[in-house]
Every structure is written in C-alpha cells, then in structure tokens.
Design a protein around this ligand. Structure first.
Ligand code: PMP
Length: 370
C-alpha cells in the first residue's frame, strides 16, 4: 500500500524493526543514554539551544501543553488560523479559559502579516499569539519567519507555534525566529508511528510558565524538565517509539537538514507539477503551497469518495480526504519523510487512470487515453 495521507506516514522497515527490541527499564542507564542522545538531536532539528521535551501523546497533546504551560485563564490571546488545525489551537486555549480573539484567513490562503500587525496594534492587551506553521487541512505553509518578525520583533508577544506537519520537513529556526514554544508529532516528517510529541520551550516561555495558572498535570513541562535532569521521563514513556526515534534521528542528521529540506521541496514541486499536468487545480495559491502536503481541488462532477476508494482498491494508493467544510471539495497527498519520486509517480499514474472513470473530463487526461 502506498500510504500517502499527510500522517501517519510510511515508517521505513529498519525503523519499524527497531521497535521490536525488548523493553528496557525507563529509569535505568540504557534509557538515560537514549533520552540524552535523542534530546540533543531533537534540539539540532528544532535549531534551538533550549531543551526539547518528549511527550507520550499525539500532536494535540503538545498543542495543549504549549497553551497550559504558558497561559492563565482570562489571558487575551490572538489565534491566527488558516484552517482546521488553526481553529483547534484556539479551541484548546478557550477550553482552558483564555479570552481568544480569532484572526482567520480563508481556507487555502496564508496569514497576511499586515492584518496580523493591525490586530496586534489594535489590541495591546494580547499576551500571546497562536499560529500554525503548516496547515495540513489546506496544504498551506505560512511564512513563520515573517509572522515571528511581527509577533516578536515588533510586538514582543509570546509566540506559540503548531509545527506538527513542518518541523523536520520544512526549515524551522526556533531560536533565530524567537519561537517560544513549538509543538510537533512523531507521525509526520520524523518517519515514526504516532505516539510521541515534541515541544521546544524558550527562556521567555519559562518566564511565562512561572506565572501561568491554567490547570495542568500530565503536560506540566516543569516535571519533564526536572526528570530530564536525572535522565528520566516523568511518566512511563512509549519505550518502543523511543527506540525508533533514536534510529530515525541518526538517519535524519546523517542525511543533513539542508538536503532533507531540499528533498521535501523537490518532491512538493514534483507533486504540484504532476497534479497540474493532469488538468487538476491546486487548492491553495501556488506561492503558499506546502512541501509536506498537497491539497487538490476535487473537479466539478467528481465524487471524491469514489475517487479515493478506487485509488485505494485499484491502485493501492491511500489519499487523504478534505476535513470538515472541505469534505468532498479537496483531496490531499502527503509527501513527508522518505517519500520518493516513484511514490509520487505512482499516485499520479493512479489518478490518470481513475479520474476519467469517476467523471473527470479534461483534455490532458483524455489525450492520454482516459
Ligand atoms: N496540527 C496539525 C498542523 C496537524 O497536521 C495535526 C495532525 N494532522 C494536528 C495538529 C493534530 O495532531 P494529532 O492528530 O497528532 O493530535
């Protein structure tokens, strides 16, 4: 099966094999060695000198951790959203009592920094800005460096980032861009099964943490920090996924971040070119289209459920559908991790064969015999 949803992504066999190692004592010396090694390497990928914490949870847990560790009920936060996951960040903050002002951009569009600047000038009591780097639901990458320049450089607010489908696939410079907290999750570019989430935490985030009064227990970063000092996780970790993380990080850093980012940019471009070559339209503007997930408009007259079912059944290609209001309107192709040009060609060939059978009429597909 060619699993081309935007996470979980295919896990290479050698990394899967690493997970079948026998359990070890998570409070023993072997685990301590792994924890220190992977923490050091995670910091390299995040490009931060601060510690990065490993949570046993999905990405949403790390988003919750970002919020509850830095904010108090009634804090005014600006949630800058361009899609479903952006909305979720705001919902988490309001669930814990924050006063959330939404700055939303239409689906398929990226954040306009001018509007962000306006919102921050108009509301000086805003404490923190919540932002999604790569919006997986619409296939849009926001310009995080530009967003951070406004949030930090111009207004000096706390900046909490959902980097779930960007860190380890797209360039992210945690310290240079002054991102205070970035959350990400193992089932994306890290080439791991779901189950681990990673959280960077700046000095400014620690200052906010001292004052933050939102309720927290499992996700309280001070416990993770205290235990990291003695080389242990605060709670029983996903030991097998830690073995896998250890190997994945070795491979990621051996390849080098520069070449990893370039590989993702190339595969993203190949996907977009191939989609247009089939006569299909990208959902987002090309200038903000993501190099980890491509969102494609479902053409007029095509039943997306049938399209995805035929891709799965006849071509063994699993694509993602649209979420919530985008259900039936777009489909998504994930290309994070060790995705090869052959994997994408396989998707494009499958689409070329299936599209004419599900009602698509295009000169391009027709010309190739569809
Ligand atoms: N934010 C983004 C940008 C995501 O892509 C996802 C997962 N698709 C999430 C948040 C939620 O993560 P999880 O499903 O791991 O909780």
């Amino acid at each position: 099966m060619n699993l081309r949803i935007p996470g979980p992504i295919p896990v290479p066999d050698d990394i899967l094999d690493a997970m079948s190692e026998p359990m070890i004592n998570h409070r023993g010396p072997q685990f301590k060695e792994i924890l220190y090694r992977v923490t050091d390497r995670l910091k390299q990928v995040f490009q931060t000198k601060s510690d990065v914490y490993i949570l046993t949870s999905s990405g949403t847990g790390a988003m919750e951790a970002a919020v509850v560790n830095t904010l108090s009920p009634d804090d005014h936060v600006l949630n800058v959203s361009v899609g479903v996951f952006g909305e979720r960040f705001g919902i988490i903050a309001s669930t814990f009592g924050a006063k959330v002002t939404e700055l939303s951009f239409p689906m398929g569009k990226a954040i306009e920094v001018g509007k962000l600047r306006q919102a921050l000038s108009a509301q000086p009591d805003i404490e923190a800005v919540l932002v999604t780097h790569n919006e997986t639901s619409t296939g849009v990458t926001n310009d995080l460096a530009a967003v951070a320049q406004v949030v930090k450089g111009e207004f000096d607010k706390l900046l909490l980032v959902d980097g779930i489908s960007s860190v380890c696939s797209l360039p992210v410079q945690t310290d240079a861009w002054q991102c205070d907290v970035i959350a990400t999750a193992s089932q994306k570019g890290w080439m791991l099964p779901p189950g681990l989430a990673f959280l960077s935490f700046s000095e400014r985030a620690w200052e906010a943490h001292q004052r933050a009064r939102m309720p927290r227990f499992y996700f309280d970063v001070s416990a993770y920090q205290r235990y990291l000092e003695i080389g242990q996780p605060p709670y029983t970790p996903s030991v097998s996924t830690m073995f896998a993380l250890d190997l994945a990080l070795e491979q990621i850093l051996t390849e080098g971040l520069g070449s990893l980012f370039e590989r993702h940019a190339t595969i993203g471009q190949m996907t977009r070119d191939g989609i247009r070559g089939l006569g299909l339209d990208l959902f987002p503007d090309e200038s903000v289209a993501s190099n980890t997930v491509t969102a494609v408009k479902v053409p007029e007259g095509v039943d997306s459920a049938l399209l995805l079912a035929q891709m799965r059944e006849d071509h063994e290609v699993v694509l993602g559908g649209g979420q919530q209001s985008l259900n039936g309107k777009i489909f998504r192709i994930g290309h994070m991790g060790r995705c090869t040009p052959e994997d994408i060609q396989d998707v494009l060939d499958g689409l070329a064969a299936v599209l004419p059978r599900v009602g698509f009429r295009s000169a391009t597909v027709g010309a190739t015999g569809g």
